[in-house]
Design a protein around this ligand. Sequence first.
Ligand code: ZEM
Length: 365
Amino acid sequence: MASAARTASRFLRSTPATSSFRPAARSTRFALPTQAFRASARRGYASESGEAKSSSNAFLWSGLAAAAGAGAYFYLNGSDASVGVKGVPTQADYQKVYDEIARRLADDTDYDDGSYGPVLVRLAWHASGTYDKETGTGGSNGATMRFAPESDHGANAGLKTARDFLEPVKAKFPWISHSDLWTLAGACAIQELGGPTVPWRPGRQDKDVAACTPDGRLPDGAKGQGHVRDIFYRMGFNDQEIVALIGAHALGRAHADRSGFDGPWDFSPTVFTNEFFRLLVEEKWQQKKWNGPVQFTDKSTQTLMMLPSDIALIKDKGFKKHVDRYAKDSDVFFKEFSDVFVKLLELGVPFTSKAEDRFVFKTSE
Ligand code: ZEM
């Protein structure tokens, strides 16, 4: 199925934008062929696919009970013969977690444009993007978004969906920390949606509510280049890295009931491509006339959107040169996105493993 996504993304990359790509309505499954293919390619898993769907409280509670039980087992025994060597999970164990997330993504297409992948990417990013290089606080280590006040920060609206999506995975693999799980899920979603491989390593430990970061560390889409630089320089990124990271807006959409903004950035929001950049430079963007926050829409179809912070990437010369590079060359974007996304997911994590020991997960077929 990932190859289907790749085929789709190749197709998109080699096809000039025309109005035939025009999405009809918000509920349109933009990448329907891909999703349909995926569903049929995953028939082997059908017997388990009811599991999450019937995610009644009963399922949730049994999952939680299983998690608690397994947790107690680990605690009492110190190790579990079913995991890794001497209780230390191996790459093969993490690949099982990856496969479970990929399976749930393929099975549960009844959400948004047909995939939970984009919101998983956003969860991994918001868990990591709180990092402050001066104080060493924030970052993915800790998974403090499980708790209020961080879960209630305006920027995190809607991410409960992603956290809940992953809870059955946590219940099945109770030995993984939430913070490793959320970042692994971000890497998995990028790969499964046709993006580059995202080498990943474990080592994050969950912290308690006291480690919640203050509100205001994540970027505000209503603001321009000065703000974007302040926020990302605080994490330790440069201009090229900032632009590459924001290319993740090829995925997903804004939701009026979450951020106030509304709409997708491109016509294939469940396929990772360089379309965000191509559309930024090739389309004419005008202010949307509506009763909502200032956002931009494409002149030709008026169905897509850009945030003021996205438009800042073409207004600012230092950013624009990278937008142009990525619009022209998808391979360069894929490579540079992978490098910087790996860096993002690792901010502030006290690894004991070396960078060269990162795992490269096998994408689903
Ligand atoms: Zn986003 N992002 N983001 N982003 N983002 C949204 C959605 C998504 C900004 C932002 O304000 C918003 C990065 C950078 C920045 C994703 C990934 C990454 C939304 C819409 C907003 C408002 C939320 C909603 O309503 O549901 C700003 C201002 C950014 C920097 C200046 C980076 C970096 C990302 C990953 C590497 C993704 C995948 C989505 C789509 C989520 C979804 O639910 O579909």
